[in-house]
Design a protein around this ligand. Structure first.
Ligand code: NAI
Ligand code: ENO
Length: 313
């Protein structure tokens, strides 16, 4: 049974993996009285209409934001400033404006100057995704038992923050609040650096094909296949992530390069003890992460999953 809508009108600016997943979840759970979305090309708008998930698909971001109680920018981080400027004059008094960007400091800096005083700006980052993009890639269950990090600027209305937190919890996420700076440092290690490594190792392997007589990609399995999945992620999105989280990524990359040098030295010296000790430590870290994941599984996971599983399509 659906609960009463949390928001009368929700505007999703951009209908890709994340916008499409929010739309599907919100529709299935009845979280919005009305969902309006935008897409830049006519072919995408036609596809979104065909999917039949949202109530209206409009051409301009301003039209979508007009009169909305919750506006979520589901677009690459590099586009957020321009879109904030575009929608600002059309925002309803007291509306909540949010985003889903993988970087928070740069998004806050780019958007905040354009948003009127009577708007509640609560940036967000659902730490959940896949390598896929576009209107067909989303699914309602994406956020279940995953984190959603909110980074409200100092002085943000607590009620607005809690309202957005409740929306994300309803979609299945566990909500955490932190500063944009802390977010960007943590995500630089846990998400941005791993993507950079994947992008590197896949192209290195491809360049080595000549040396290995085309056997690298042919016999790719296990770890390397996982890297190729991540390296298939959207180029526009990830270009923007590295451009906008430059300082934190460079800091973490420096640390990573030092650790890689230590392992390189151990291999060169035939230092089996150093390698064994290192791999034993990382195995314990992985087992700890898996255990935390199990401990934190939401108690009502089954019920929510079943309800979302009914879907809107
Ligand atoms: N892909 C992932 O796994 C995750 C992505 N994110 C963040 O979510 C945001 C969206 O990513 P995805 O949904 O994966 O991308 P996507 O590529 O699937 O969708 C993005 C949509 O935004 C539209 N768009 C781009 N610029 C626009 C503009 N100026 N005005 C209106 N629409 C515009 C695109 O046409 C596209 O439909 C990004 O900021 C990304 O950092 C957050 C968590 C996970
Ligand atoms: O597909 C994967 O493995 C991801 O890591 C997805 C992802 C990409 C970007 C984010 O900001 C959060 C999650």
């Amino acid at each position: 049974m659906n609960s009463a809508p949390m928001f009368r009108k929700v505007a999703l600016i951009g209908f890709g993996l994340i916008g499409g997943s929010i739309a599907r979840g919100a529709k299935s759970l009845g979280l919005a009285g009305e969902i309006v979305t935008t897409a830049r090309s006519e072919s995408t708008r036609a596809r979104v209409r065909e999917l039949g998930i949202v109530d209206h698909v409009v051409e301009s971001n301003a039209e979508a934001a007009d009169g909305a109680d919750l506006v979520i920018l589901c677009i690459p981080v590099g586009a957020c400033g321009d879109v904030a400027q575009e929608i600002a004059p059309h925002l309803k008094h007291g509306a909540i404006v949010s985003d889903v960007g993988s970087v928070k400091g740069a998004v806050v800096k780019a958007m905040a100057p354009y948003l009127p005083e009577d708007i509640h700006f609560v940036p967000a980052h659902p730490v959940a995704g896949t390598e896929n993009s576009g209107p067909d890639s989303g699914f309602a269950e994406l956020f279940i038992n995953r984190w959603c990090i909110l980074t409200p600027p100092e002085g943000t209305n607590a009620e607005a923050t809690e309202k957005l937190a409740a929306f994300w919890r309803a979609l299945g996420a566990n909500v955490e609040i932190m500063t944009p700076e802390h977010h960007d440092l943590v995500l630089a290690v846990t998400s941005h650096l791993p993507h950079l490594i994947a992008y590197t190792i896949v192209s290195t392997a491809e360049e080595l094909e000549g040396v290995t007589q085309s056997e690298v990609l042919k016999f790719s399995a296990g770890g390397f296949r996982d890297f190729t999945r991540i390296a298939a992620s959207d180029p526009t999105m990830w270009r923007d992530v590295f451009l906008t989280n430059k300082d934190a990524v460079l800091e973490m990359l420096g640390e990573f390069q030092e650790d890689l040098s230590k392992l390189t030295r151990a291999i060169r010296r035939g230092d089996g003890d150093a390698l064994f000790e290192h791999f034993t430590r990382t195995r314990a870290i992985r087992r700890g992460i898996v255990q935390i994941g199990q401990d934190e599984a939401a108690p009502d996971f089954g019920r929510r999953h079943k309800q979302l599983g009914k879907g809107a399509e």
